[in-house]
Write a protein that binds this ligand. Sequence first.
Ligand code: GH3
Ligand code: MG
Ligand code: MG
Ligand code: MG
Length: 324
Amino acid sequence: ELRLRTETAENAGFEPGLDEDRRDSSAILLIDEAPHSSAAISAMLRGHFSLDVEDDPQAGLFRAAEGGYECVLVTSSYATYDPLRLCAQLRALDRTRLLPVMLVVDQDEGPMIARALELGVNDYIVRPVDQQELQARLRTQLRRKRYNDRLRSSVSQSFRMAVTDPLTGLHNRRYLDTHLPKLLARAVARRRPLSVMMADIDLFKAINDRWGHPSGDDVLREFADRLRQNIRGIDLICRFGGEEFVVVMPDTERDMAEMVAERLRVAIASEPFTVDGGKNAIAVTTSVGVVGCAGGNGDPADLLKRADAALYDAKSKGRNRVVA
Ligand code: GH3
Ligand code: MG
Ligand code: MG
Ligand code: MG
């Protein structure tokens, strides 16, 4: 459902031929070793695109990798270098993998074209180069890149949204479900400790009942902030359920996790939560269950079950406490 919506929105923005006049400010890098050839191609593009020329292939590769270009134009007029090798390198580097690459070939270089396309070169043009054709082919590559860039950023935004809890900005349970198994497997494989803490706000239903649901939401947001402030950056924090939070702490012995949990408990209980834009202050406490996985058991479900049991223990012992 998410994906469909994304594609529809993006397709709406992709209108070939409608989105530009004849000038395009996109930066193009021309890599061409032969002065006569690069001068001729430059003349066809100057004033229409923002063009940089590089005569050394290796330097050209570095420049492309430095970023800022929307397309790379490679010519086959090399005396000292295999243009296909350059194209292959442009495809192999992370920084240039997604850059459109266009190849300019001589008329008798037909066999090179198939190999170039197989390498992932996006398009080619055969000499003698026609100015209109070159510009049109470039524009197509630039348009396609813009479209792909937009799509990619919206896909990664959709992905972020899918694993983020909108109320608190913390990771959600879906994120935990995919990452806890990985973290746990890594801990077991490296024989490193890993601890999990499960925190649940005490008598939260009463807070909602007394102060209203929006104030309850304020409490949840503030709780999430205090969690972030008291947990290391490398720990995974997630809103597990309504007023229940799970923290996964890699490389952390249970004793250490218990201290972190106690620090959190105090950070919650010691300072009332302000809600309704500062109008009301609410005393909040939390109960916390802490478990460790000392080597051995790599079952995430079991770890969460034990954390839940410890939390239940903390509740039944009177709340506002940590059970490890
Ligand atoms: P305990 O100390 O045993 O945990 O008691 P409790 O009242 O906190 O536990 P219970 O599970 O009975 O109540 C949790 C409440 O959290 C009930 C539910 O309406 C509320 N809740 C769940 N999600 C949200 C939310 O997003 N916003 C608000 N305001 N309330 C929520
Ligand atoms: Mg409950
Ligand atoms: Mg609760
Ligand atoms: Mg609960």
